[in-house]
Design a protein around this ligand. Sequence first.
Ligand code: BJW
Length: 248
Amino acid sequence: MEYRTPFASRIPEMVRARKRTVLLTGAGVSAESGVPTFRGPDGLWRGRRPEELATPEAFARDPLAVWAWYQWRRERVAACAPNPAHHACAWLDRQLPEFQLITQNVDALHQAAGSRRVLELHGCIWKARCTREGTVQEDRATAIPESVPRCGCGAALRPHIVWFGEPLDGGVLAAATAAARTAELMLVVGTSAVVEPAASLPRLARQVGAYVVELNPEETPLSALCHEVHRGPAAELLPALLGYEAAP
Ligand code: BJW
């Protein structure tokens, strides 16, 4: 592993050479937009840890409390705008013919910044799903509901989010795995890399020969296997490493 400054990175040369690139993002990429990271102290809600609320068991036990938590989060996300890291990701999407953004985030800020090729591993906070039919609908309500929102069929709606112990969407995971398996450059930005199967994607890419780079202020379980590690906030590091300057 090498620790480098943005100006001694291999990223610019690999982007110029149009290498097949996969970008995996986590909550840290949205931190500077004001979205709390999942495991930071701000992730707490009324003293409860997200792990207590983001489970199918929690929803079965108290669906209204889980909805209240999501509406509270929706309200916070609605007040946030993409930051320079999201814009740099969208710029990379426009530059490269073979590119895949894989995000664990549910805030849709990558799409808001203009990214087109986005795989959402853990769902989307702006969607709800029928617990009976499995149909997914856009849902932008932010008011804390007085009763559990219902589908037209009468069944309860749930957030369209992948909770602990639930399988990821098979098509999304297959596409993410295929992208990691063929990546030449893999950038891992703002994730604690502890949640599976997302955390295994950079490992897979590394095994098949990709050049793996981590951007994170903190060390993670992935750091030791990366070719380059850059410590700092994504909104500063990613534009600098890519040589991307936002239009004024
Ligand atoms: C900055 C920054 C700045 C800060 N700039 N960076 C193998 C081993 C062990 C366990 C498992 C395993 N396989 C599966 C499991 C179980 C489980 C799991 O992984 N558990 C681990 C925690 C131990 N996984 C699952 O349950 C998954 N399902 C599954 O595998 O199903 C299998 C199955 C098959 C068939 C039938 C049934 C089941 C599902 C995982 C779903 C994860 N969902 C969540 C919750 C969503 C709810 C919601 O959002 O409302 O997704 S968990 C939570 O963690 C959320 C995130 O997307 C995810 C990842 O977190 P992330 O993005 O890394 O955020 P943080 O907060 O952890 O880290 C932020 C980072 O940013 C830090 O590193 C900071 O330093 C950094 N940072 N400021 C750059 N400015």
